[in-house]
Design a protein around this ligand. Structure first.
Ligand code: LMR
Length: 351
């Protein structure tokens, strides 16, 4: 595989200063040359392969649970040969930094929201189109379709080898005032993930979009730096947004899911049996995690109801249609960028 991590980083184009040290760059080049941490056949039989896997959500969330399960199964299958370190809740770094760190081989594995890859590929923007996926079954059907499967590995030569798609769930709208209709959102400052589609979505309902890392949202809501946000029940609960937001509209207007990716040089440097075994573990964890993500989100919803801190607004069919109508122009705005064929494939795959 001819991958140049330095070239990959240059091409990321995230428009910010990368915290890349000479040491990190040298380490990345060493890994690219089959040196540090691996070496295929030359690897010592007693070498332990360390997989650092930071992520931004709480251990209780669908991603937190799946990451922990991956650690347990991987270490159980390869005792003493594989060690997995999970760093949840943005403890080690935020998602933007983890994209950089993975491409440079400073960490080995990530599960980053598909929304946050939009400077690397336009394909994943399809997952952000509002109301394109009515539920997780529709997402899963698309991801399993030929068009969806093709997108999994399309970032390999940019430093991200996709192994799986993991679900979180559908997004809801948290707000300081009841949002029954899109007009109610006018003028609100909405925190969004790093995604131009989500930016357009908020503009379409008259809101003011603010891109921000997950770890900063609670405080921004508390201090009034932002008014509103969109996220899944499990994230809203575990990040305690419901404590500082009196209303949550159950809109299910969009999806949060993850690309589970590894550093391609690191992966190729693993002995064949370990690499294949870990790919089987990822496949098992994906099935296990995706099957329970909806239940975890429903538990988050129930816990929020039980807290009495936020009122949940259920939309009438007429109100829901108004949100769909207001956000629908975003599809046309991005169809040329994403590719109408990919949007059509997502619609065609709906169960
Ligand atoms: C977010 O930033 O809101 C999401 O990426 C969190 C997540 O589920 O990873």
């Amino acid at each position: 595989m001819s991958v140049n991590p330095v070239g990959s980083i240059r091409n990321l184009g995230l428009g910010r200063t990368w915290r890349v040290t000479a040491v990190a760059a040298a380490a990345a080049m060493l890994v690219a040359c089959g040196g540090a941490g691996g070496g295929g056949e030359q690897a010592a039989a007693d070498q332990t392969y360390l997989i650092k896997f930071p992520h931004v959500t709480a251990p209780s969330t669908p991603k937190g649970q799946a990451a922990q399960r991956f650690k347990e199964l991987a270490e159980e299958r390869f005792p003493g040969r594989v060690a997995v370190e999970i760093y949840p809740s943005s403890q080690l770094m935020n998602d933007d930094d983890s994209l950089e760190a993975l491409a440079f081989g400073e960490i080995q594995m990530i599960a980053v929201s598909l929304s946050k890859f939009d400077r690397l590929t336009h394909s994943y923007q399809v997952f952000d189109l509002p109301f394109l996926f009515p539920n997780l079954e529709a997402v899963e059907a698309f991801q399993a379709s030929p068009a969806g499967r093709e997108t999994l590995t399309e970032l390999t030569d940019r430093g991200f080898l996709g192994l799986a798609f993991w679900h979180n769930g559908m997004k809801e709208l948290g707000s300081p005032r009841p949002l029954h209709r899109p007009e109610d959102a006018a003028g609100l400052k909405f925190r969004i993930m790093e995604s131009d589609v989500l930016q357009a979505q908020v503009l379409a309902i008259g809101g003011n979009p603010q891109k921000m890392a997950l770890g900063e949202v609670y405080q921004a809501l508390q201090t009034g730096a932002i008014d509103a946000q969109e996220n899944t029940w499990s994230n809203i609960y575990s990040s305690k947004f419901y404590e500082v937001q009196p209303y949550i509209t159950e809109s299910n207007h969009g999806y949060i899911g993850y690309l589970v990716a590894v550093n391609p040089q690191f992966w190729q440097s693993l002995p064949d049996d370990i690499r294949t075994g870990l790919e089987e573990v990822v496949a098992d964890v994906t099935e296990w995690g995706n099957a329970q993500s909806e239940a975890i989100n429903q538990k988050g919803r129930a816990d929020i109801v039980a807290s009495g801190r936020s009122e949940i607004i259920e939309l009438s069919p007429e109100e829901l249609a108004a949100w769909q109508d207001a956000m629908r122009p975003v599809w046309d705005e991005f169809s040329g960028v994403i590719g109408q064929d990919l949007i059509d494939a997502a619609i065609a795959a709906r169960p």
